[in-house]
Design a protein around this ligand. Structure first.
Ligand SMILES: Cc1cc2nc3c(=O)[nH]c(=O)nc-3n(C[C@H](O)[C@H](O)[C@H](O)COP(=O)(O)OP(=O)(O)OC[C@H]3O[C@@H](n4cnc5c(N)ncnc54)[C@H](O)[C@@H]3O)c2cc1C
Length: 470
């Protein structure tokens, strides 16, 4: 149904972006564009050509060419995704946004920042910091992802519990539609009910409805102070059950409430080659961040610490300098890095449930791991119910047995998530990795409606086909 990229098409692309901005017939250079950060095997696919445009006008011409020649197009940010969204399943054009990497404007009057999609998310905060501002919607991968990819995934980070996810901060978008027209949605406004909310339809559309070429983000005043608390517990139930109680009783919403189970801490500590405080006794840890004015932060963290100690925390360790804060965050980030180093091929899930259902979800993960004789670890954003469950490969288990066991376990886990009022993905998206499981969580009517929306935007189905649904 799609056509192949020919030398004639390469010539046309070169006339749009310049020959230096095309990679063709070079397997080695194209290989890094064939996958994202999924650790499991079997999720990569080579593009036929990598194109690096530098403006919306160039992308518009590329999309018109793609429609005329029936070539599939896959937009790509930094390739840090965990759902295969940026993988060119059908070959074709791989549209890398890496050259569109300028911060165009910091508008202090309106508290807005205007950026191109290929800006590394962390660079936005570095630029805003000197103006006393910050962008709050960033994910934990902020040093390795682009803002365009964050908008496409509606990424959520550790601070979602207090600040919300990417979408809350996206006020405007310039978008190239799959058919090549350039449109502008929203603007430097905090309110807008003019017609359908197309802006928020595009946020989280996983590169299937349009290509973002400019993003207007809301900025917030930078909190004067922040403190991190690392709190060990003798079991995993206590932090999970008491964190909401502590928020309710103190009236304090921490910026982040991250949970790590024993296995997660063990692997992070092994990677970092250092022991985490209380590691011998603790079965789980919370990492809490509290921010605000200096006096308020001190009062708040003391109140939160006292409450957790009352509920049975083993201790409370406080990081209130940049270096100690960085050390605590490195423990949390170390879990993701350690999974990659020590458990290549692990299966990463991104379930999200109502926060009161987290104990039941974690119990079921542990029960199923025993039933299927598999190792697993759980960690993630306790504050918003988004728990990352990883099934860890066991070298003793033959591949076919691993595949059978993990497939049965996942089906049971999805059923549990669904019964608990949860869903398939909290922040990593569906991509092509999770699309077969959509019917577990969505009815035929909802999926058919989504397909009709896709067809309205992209009548030839050339923008990122094979993602979210077939
Ligand atoms: C160690 C690690 C930690 C992570 N932590 C988090 C986390 O805390 N929270 C979280 O949400 N995610 C997290 N992620 C996942 C990932 O970083 C996010 O999904 C991120 O938003 C992807 O951005 P990217 O630029 O790498 O996009 P890519 O992976 O390149 O692409 C992702 C999707 O966006 C589309 N896309 C990219 N750019 C555009 C554009 N300009 N216009 C339209 N579509 C586009 C692609 O087609 C694809 O479907 C983590 C990943 C890793 C490896």
């Amino acid at each position: 149904m799609y056509n192949k990229v020919t030398p004639e098409i390469i010539g046309l692309l070169a006339s749009i972006v310049g020959p230096a901005n095309i990679i063709y017939n070079d397997h080695e250079k194209m290989e890094s564009y064939s996958h994202d950060e999924i650790f499991e095997f079997g999720y990569s696919s080579m593009p036929e050509v990598v194109i690096k445009p530098e403006s919306a006008d160039e992308i518009s011409l590329i999309m018109k060419l793609a429609n005329e020649k029936m070539i599939p197009v896959t937009p790509r940010g930094a390739g840090s995704g965990l759902s295969g969204g940026a993988v060119p399943l059908f070959g074709g054009f791989l549209l890398s946004l890496e050259r569109m990497n300028k911060i165009l404007e910091i508008d202090k009057g309106n508290l807005m920042v205007v950026v191109e999609p290929g800006v590394i998310t962390n660079d936005i905060n570095l630029a805003l910091q000197s103006e006393g501002l910050f962008y709050a919607g960033y994910p934990l991968s902020l040093q390795n992802c682009f803002i365009g990819g964050n908008v496409a995934e509606n990424a959520g980070g550790a601070r979602a519990v207090k600040y919300g996810v990417t979408g809350r901060y996206v006020c405007g978008l310039e978008v190239v539609l799959p058919t090549g027209e350039i449109i502008n949605l929203g603007g430097k406004r905090l309110k807008d009910v003019t017609g359908y909310d197309l802006l928020n339809l595009l946020v989280g559309s996983e590169g299937t409805l349009g290509i973002f070429t400019k993003v207007i983000l809301r900025a917030l005043p930078l909190p004067a102070s922040s403190v991190l608390l690392l709190i060990p517990f003798k079991d995993i139930e206590t932090p999970v059950k008491t964190a909401p109680l502590v928020m309710m009783e103190t009236g304090i919403i921490p910026a982040a409430i991250e949970l790590m189970d024993r296995k997660s801490i063990e692997m992070s500590s092994r990677l970092l080659k250092e022991k985490v405080p209380c590691q011998d006794e603790a079965e789980s840890y919370l990492l809490l961040e509290i921010d605000g004015s200096s006096e308020q932060v001190e009062q708040d963290y003391n109140a939160v610490a006292d409450h957790f100690l009352k509920y049975g925390a083993l201790d409370v360790f406080v990081a209130n300098t940049p270096s100690t804060r960085e050390r605590f965050w490195s423990i949390r980030r170390g879990v993701s890095d350690a999974l990659k180093v020590f458990y290549p091929g692990n299966i990463a899930e991104d379930l999200v449930v109502p926060t009161t259902a987290i104990p039941a979800l974690i119990d079921e993960v542990n029960r199923l791991s025993i039933e299927f004789n598999l190792e697993s670890n759980s960690f993630g954003h306790l504050g918003d119910g988004n728990i990352h469950v990883h099934l860890l490969p066991n070298k003793e288990m033959p591949q076919d047995e691993w595949e059978k066991a993990t497939s049965s376990l996942l089906k049971k886990l999805y059923q549990t998530s669904q019964q608990l009022g949860g869903t398939l993905s909290g922040e990593h998206g569906i991509g092509h990795k999770r699309k077969n499981y959509m019917p577990f969580f969505m009815g035929e009517t909802e999926i058919a409606l989504m397909k009709r929306i896709k067809a309205a935007f992209d009548p030839n189905n050339i923008l990122n086909p094979g993602k979210i649904f077939d």
